[in-house]
Design a protein around this ligand. Structure first.
Ligand code: Q46
Ligand code: ZN
Ligand code: ZN
Length: 337
């Protein structure tokens, strides 16, 4: 197996590109894909201050690494979700990465800062954990970005993630979500009741959309990034994972299918659904507690905190069966394809 660029020994084969790469040219390939995504979708401007949402997994750490490598002013933010060993190992990986490179990592901890955690929120609200988790993360990342004066929030969603979300949205014809499913979500300026025309939502970008999950994992291994391998135990059995498995089966039989599905949607179909996402520009009133934009009097995050803060913590094992402790991948010198 030879590198498509230099003919040296290859360490990875990319069937969807019909090419093999050596370590150096694979890392270059990854950076080039990120540069192209940023350029094609107007993600980050010159001098923009970026905050990366860091989970400690391969995608967010690869993203942070590439952005810093490309010279962007990128700091990290991580949220302690209180999901047992998984959260502890996630935070540990994020902190170790930041400290090892002298980067700034902002930390929020749901239990310490808001007196709840995701397993308890799930048990008290009697809803799937991802519901309160996703909402809490969105709220806290938006808040951190606006409070910290960041221009852009970057997340580690990769091609597999976006194709799976698209698959789910198409399967259920969620046309409003299809109208909004873009690698860049523009910032929104609104009054949120204050009348001063300030930003209420930061720009949100996904610079890894041109890279598959396997590629971000290989990138981390080649760069010596020690990331958490374990998936969140709360994700077990969720629809997103099932859609990924379905698309993996299609991709195995037809390399490049995922990419064609997702980028074909962006090129040829996304704009047709844009009218269904109308309402994104309307000015929202401010939450009476925290000032965040909301459609009601009090935002969903403040309502959740009011309901679950101070409740007796519910161990993660009682919400989902435990599947063993979280592990971290020790960086190896060579990627296996
Ligand atoms: S939303 Fe759900 Fe994730 Fe939160 S509860 Fe775990 S799986 S971490 S991306
Ligand atoms: Zn090469
Ligand atoms: Zn609020």
């Amino acid at each position: 197996m030879k590198c498509a660029v230099c003919r040296g020994p290859a360490v990875i084969d990319l069937r969807r590109h019909n090419a093999n790469f050596c370590a150096d040219h694979f890392l270059k390939f990854c950076r080039d894909q990120v540069v192209r995504a940023i350029d094609d979708h107007a993600m980050i401007g010159l001098g923009d201050k970026v905050v990366v949402a860091v989970s400690g997994g391969k995608d967010s750490l690869a993203l942070w690494d590439v952005l810093v490598d490309l010279g962007y002013d990128a700091e990290g933010m991580t949220i302690g979700l209180g999901i047992g060993d998984y959260s502890a190992a996630s935070t540990e990986a994020a902190v170790a990465f930041a400290e090892g490179r002298g980067l700034t990592l902002h930390r929020v901890d749901l239990r310490e800062d808001y007196d709840y955690d995701i397993p308890t929120a799930s048990a008290v609200t009697n809803r799937v954990p991802c519901s309160s988790c996703g909402m809490s993360k969105r709220h806290l990342i938006d808040k951190a970005a606006l409070d910290g004066g960041y221009d852009v929030v970057a997340t580690g969603h990769n091609l597999d993630d976006e194709a799976a979300v698209l698959f789910g949205n198409v399967l259920h014809w969620h046309t409003e979500y299809l109208g909004r499913q873009q690698p860049t979500l523009a910032e929104r300026v609104g009054r949120a009741g204050s009348g001063d025309g300030r930003r209420v939502f930061p720009r949100k970008v996904k610079p890894l959309v041109r890279l598959a999950e396997r590629e971000t994992a290989a990138y981390c291994v080649l760069r010596g990034i020690d990331y958490i391998v374990e998936e969140c135990p709360m994700a077990e059995g969720n629809r997103h994972l099932r859609y990924k498995e379905a698309l993996n089966a299609v991709e195995a039989a037809s390399p490049g299918a995922k990419q064609a599905f997702y980028f074909g949607f962006l090129d040829r179909a996304a704009s047709r659904f844009a009218p269904d996402a109308d309402g994104a520009d309307e000015e929202l009133p401010a939450c009476g507690r925290c000032g965040s934009p909301t459609t009601g009097d009090v935002c969903a995050f403040c309502r959740l905190v009011e309901r679950v803060a101070g409740r007796e913590p519910v161990p993660v094992e009682l919400v989902r069966p435990r599947r063993g402790g979280a592990r971290r991948r020790q960086a190896r010198t060579k990627a296996r394809s």
